[in-house]
Design a protein around this ligand. Structure first.
Ligand SMILES: [Zn+2]
Length: 341
């Protein structure tokens, strides 16, 4: 199964030729719920992790008890809800009394007093093999990127809740069979449904904040005169989970100034660039990015019988925003910069 982004409504370089040199290739990841293995690129799937390497941990901030759930319970609740809403049944029709009791127990959450203190293991966010995203900026000698995160609210200036590992697959001989799991999850919306990926290369152009002021102003004026697709929504940056390309647009907040620390590596202060976008929706605001395979009238993909096609991972960032993960260009193993935008 592939995913195919429709052609852009128009070629923006025909209107603004100065954009031609600014095109970048991004990889829309097109996550689809499935059963990825350690040998697959994935979101929320198992990692090809060396058995003798410590698993990253994170000291969680105190949380209200109603948000704490065991990881297995989150997956169990999703499975029960998916089954109970699958055609031809109506919501709740097929759950037994025991299953409904299980749902009630999970919805109540863990007893706050019972939660252990101290650092908790992080969980896999994404794993990308270079063969699936050719051209992504892998450091020389590496062919696997792993991203882990802590299931807690991410302060925008705190990089530690996300960790990157760049590896050479051939160096991983014994794979860790049973990775540690956190005793509890603080934010259910940060737990991805395990997804296989269907990466697709698309051409992107810079968001307004990455353009010089004059060009950005002319593009904005051009957008305002149009009734159809705009530079913002249709012609610049792809929505949804993606690797590489340009950073996403800033939505609910102003972008930082170009020399602001926020856009620099939190470890060495060097320049950073877009690596991974974690998005709450695969498309939003404009239909032009809906893959042909998911368009209205298209048959529902057989590999995705339940859930929403625009929200396959069930990860939600804030109120439907995205999290941009920026890597250090000089030393990619440094902690990434994180901005909700
Ligand atoms: Zn750095």
């Amino acid at each position: 199964m592939t995913r195919t982004t429709p052609p852009r409504p128009l070629d923006i370089t025909g209107v603004f030729p100065e954009l031609a040199g600014l095109a970048r290739t991004a990889f829309r990841l097109h996550p689809v719920p499935g059963e990825p293995t350690v040998h697959d690129s994935s979101v929320g799937g198992p990692l090809l992790w060396p058995a003798d390497e410590p698993w990253p941990e994170y000291e969680m901030a105190p949380i209200p008890h109603w948000e704490a759930n065991a990881l297995r319970d989150i997956h169990l609740r999703r499975a029960l809800l998916a089954r109970s809403s699958a055609p031809p049944h109506g919501p709740g029709e097929v759950l037994t009394e025991d299953e409904q009791e299980t749902l009630r127990r999970i919805n109540t959450g863990l007893d706050h007093e019972s939660l252990p203190s101290g650092p908790q293991p992080m969980i896999p966010l994404a794993q990308l093999y270079a063969r699936d995203v050719p051209g992504l900026a892998f450091p020389e000698g590496t062919d696997l990127l792993q991203v882990l995160w802590a299931t807690t609210y991410v302060p925008s200036r705190d990089s530690s809740p996300v960790q990157l590992r760049w590896r050479r697959c051939a160096e991983v001989r014994d794979v860790l069979a049973a990775p540690p799991e956190p005793a509890y999850v603080a934010v259910v919306d940060f737990v991805p449904v395990p997804c296989v990926l269907h990466p697709e290369a698309v051409r992107e152009f810079p968001p307004y904040h990455s353009l010089d002021e004059d060009l950005a102003a002319r593009l904005l004026a051009w957008d305002e005169q149009r009734s159809g697709g705009t530079y913002w929504t249709d012609l610049s940056v792809a929505p949804g989970w993606k690797a590489g390309g340009w950073p996403t647009h800033f939505t609910f907040r102003e972008p930082p100034e170009p020399d602001d620390d926020e856009l620099r590596c939190p470890e060495c202060g060097g320049p950073s660039d877009a690596l991974l976008t974690v998005d709450s929706n695969e498309w939003d605001g404009s239909d032009s990015w809906i893959p042909l395979e998911c368009a209205k009238g298209a048959e529902r993909p057989p590999d995705q019988p339940y859930g929403n096609l625009w929200d396959p991972t069930q990860v939600s960032i804030g109120r439907g925003y995205s999290l941009q993960i920026y890597y250090c260009v000089g030393t990619p193993s440094h902690s990434p910069a994180l901005i909700m935008q």
